[in-house]
Design a protein around this ligand. Sequence first.
Ligand SMILES: C[S@@+](CC[C@H](N)C(=O)[O-])C[C@H]1O[C@@H](n2cnc3c(N)ncnc32)[C@H](O)[C@@H]1O
Length: 379
Amino acid sequence: MTFFTSATPQGAQPAFGLSQNGRAGMQMLGSIQKFASTRLRSTARANFEGAEAGAALHEEHVDGASDRHSVADRVKRAKAVAYADPVFRLERFFQRYVAEENFNRGIPAIEERRSQFEAFLVPGGTGRGRLQLDPTIDPPAYHARTEWHLEPGGWDGYDLYGPLFAFAVGPHVFRHGGYAAVGPGTDITRQRIDAVRQLPRERYERIYEPGCGGVSTFRAIAAVHPEAELAGCDLSPLLLRNGHLLAERQGIQVDLKQCDATATGEPDASVDAVVTYALHHELPPKENAALFREMFRILKPGGDIVLSDPPPFRAVDIFHAVVLDWDTDHREEPFFSASCLADWGVELAGAGFTQVEAYAIGPDGYPWITRARKPETVQ
Ligand SMILES: C[S@@+](CC[C@H](N)C(=O)[O-])C[C@H]1O[C@@H](n2cnc3c(N)ncnc32)[C@H](O)[C@@H]1O
């Protein structure tokens, strides 16, 4: 998720929104998503664990080797068991259907009221934050060739993606949870706050978020650490423009810059904390290693880093590992499985961080937190 998923403060009535027809279409997708991820998925899980091969794999995953190759092989064998079950396949069919229809139905619903939603994007607000775009930046090849999450044209493929998520997909579909690593019935706004709370200190002067997208996580950071100066980057100009606009409108002062998170241009030792949210599974493993080195460079000695991303396969049951793995090939998430096989704690230690901890703060291992500290003295 990259944009604000609800632009309306709780309890307030929006000044405008989708037509009744547009809303009904999105609500139907929300109901399908909910039914698939609750009733159908729990039946598929029971079928998997009730099958002799599934039960054996479940036990093996609990007790077995947790190195990358053993886990990858186990997930491959579990896939064969799960995919043989028509209930699992139907659940996955609905997942894919909803993921596509979010755009097939959502974009026409926004287009029906284009002028209203264009007006939503008119700048206005405090004028305190900063937006630095750089038209000379070419996105890395892996970024440009993917239609992330099946979004036509990728992150920047449709000028009204901001309103699409804020008024259609967010409030009517995503609010039920139950897609990708997000558990059914869980609330990603709440999860962002919970993730930010994993920063161990009470106060920070400057907090940085690489891959900040449309500033949803900055909203959580500003709520938990109102004292902190905020800065972040993203590759997508569309997301940054939307994020800047909404931050200004909501009184959140944030310095946003278009750049690759592996080369931020921030001075050495210039931030007290780094928070990431839903970023690492979007990058190839090699890029993540470069990203951790860059975050180590810009953090002050003693600074904290908190990563929040989908869980590793080794930390969830084997049926859920198959569910996570599915996103790689079926929801345009090319690095999802690679990131579930990675160990961000080991990668952070490799970049020089110490006091590494990794744990889940929600059901099904999500959000999965990895946190660490830059040592006071760097050798
Ligand atoms: C799933 S979104 C999460 C956005 C945001 N962190 C949030 O909480 O909503 C992932 C974001 O990472 C950005 N991204 C991916 N690769 C990047 C890179 N190498 N440098 C900077 N941003 C990147 C994408 O453009 C996208 O906005």
